[in-house]
Each structure stands twice: as C-alpha cells, then as structure tokens.
Write a protein that binds this ligand. Structure first.
Ligand SMILES: [Zn+2]
Length: 220
C-alpha cells in the first residue's frame, strides 16, 4: 500500500496525447525527446517498424505503461503525422482491420472514460470505436465498470466545500485511490481480455493521474 497525497487542483488528462504539441510541460518535453528516435526513420523504415511491432503485440492485452506500447505510441503518432498508412508502403499484419477514424490498423485503448470517448485509436488519438458500437457482449460490463469508477475518480476533483464536509479528506482520497487500483486491475484482468475477442490487440490504461495511482500500484 502506498501513501497518497491529495492534489489541490485537477490536472489535465494528458495520457491520451503524451506529446501534446504545444505543451512545454516537463513530461511532454521528455516524450518529445523520446520521439526523436522515430523522426530519424525514413517512411519505409518507420512503416516496417510499426507493422513488425503490431505483429509482436497481436493477440494480447497490454498495459499502457508497457515500454513496448510506449514506443509504439510514439512511432504511431509519427506515422500518423507522415500519413504512413495512407501511403501503403507496408501492409499491417492481416489480423488488423483498417480504422474508420484514420485508416490506420485498429489498435484500441480502454480508459475509464469509455462511456464518453469509446475506445481510443492509438494512431490519431480520436475515438476508434464509439461506446454504442462496442460489441454487445462486452458493453454492459464496461458500462458498469465506468459507472463505478466515475464517483471514485471524482473524489480527486472535489471542491473545497465538499472536502471540508468529508471531514478527513486525506482519508477519503486514500480510500478512493485504493478503490481505483482495484477497478483498474479489473479493467486489465477481466474487461480488456473480453475485448480481445473483437480486436487484434487491446491496450488498457493502468494508472490514474488525479488519484496518483501509478502502474506499479495496479496488480493483475
Ligand atoms: Zn485513428
């Protein structure tokens, strides 16, 4: 069990776009630095790297924090900027259908915002699968899970009045963080695997930045 500190103000949801283009936040600058490695790849090399890595991650669920996924996301963003998949220099593995959002291979990310944002494309960061279009055998569980998660996450964003009325806010925050760990764990161990029946590979978000839940806090 780790000790949690309440944050005083809500932080931006940066994980969907690790390299926010106009951001000078330290973490964004670090991601930009990491991405330089892929900038040096020519289009064909980048396309081959992406296609090969898709083959390697196929058939499994992956933590968002996994280094292979982090590298893929950087390369994918670079590939998206350069329209790699439009150029058809390489073919992705056959298991990956084309995404409706940006015509890249389908690689969905499951987040706690699934009800509002659906499953997120790892190439363009837009909605890859709207919530209503998630296959019916997986949707009810996801809906329940996201509904359970919402009030837990909201504790991090309670206004001052609500914090005061809770009495011991630190304790409420700590309890919420532990509950988030449990919910994220369920997302990775039960919900993401269910989606694997419909998508070639699935990534799940394994942290909660507002409740200061780190990937290492989430065991599956
Ligand atoms: Zn897309």
């Amino acid at each position: 069990m780790t000790s949690k500190r309440p944050s005083t103000k809500p932080r931006e949801r940066s994980i969907l776009m690790p390299m926010a283009i106009d951001s000078d936040a330290p973490l964004d600058l670090l991601w930009k630095e990491y991405s330089l490695a892929f900038k040096e790849f020519d289009d064909l090399t980048l396309g081959r790297w992406l296609a090969q890595t898709l083959g390697q991650i196929e058939g499994k669920v992956w933590r968002l924090s996994h280094p292979l996924v982090g590298a893929y996301r950087l390369a994918a963003q670079q590939g998206h900027d350069r329209q790699i998949w439009h150029k058809r220099l390489v073919s992705p593995p056959a298991a990956y259908p084309e995404s409706p959002c940006c015509r890249s291979p389908q690689l969905p990310l499951l987040t706690r915002d699934v009800r509002e944002s659906g499953l997120i494309c790892q190439h363009c960061n837009e909605t890859l699968v709207p919530f209503d279009e998630i296959p019916a055998d997986a949707r009810p569980d996801l809906e329940l899970w996201a509904a359970q998660y919402e009030p837990v996450h909201a504790v991090a964003h309670w206004e001052e009045d609500r914090r005061k009325s809770a009495g011991d806010y630190d304790r409420a925050y700590e309890t919420a963080a532990q509950e988030a760990e449990r919910l994220l764990s369920r997302g990775g161990s039960q919900l993401a695997p269910k989606l694997l029946a419909h998508y070639p590979a699935v990534i799940w978000e394994d942290h909660d930045e507002c409740l200061e839940v780190r990937p290492e806090d989430v065991t599956v």
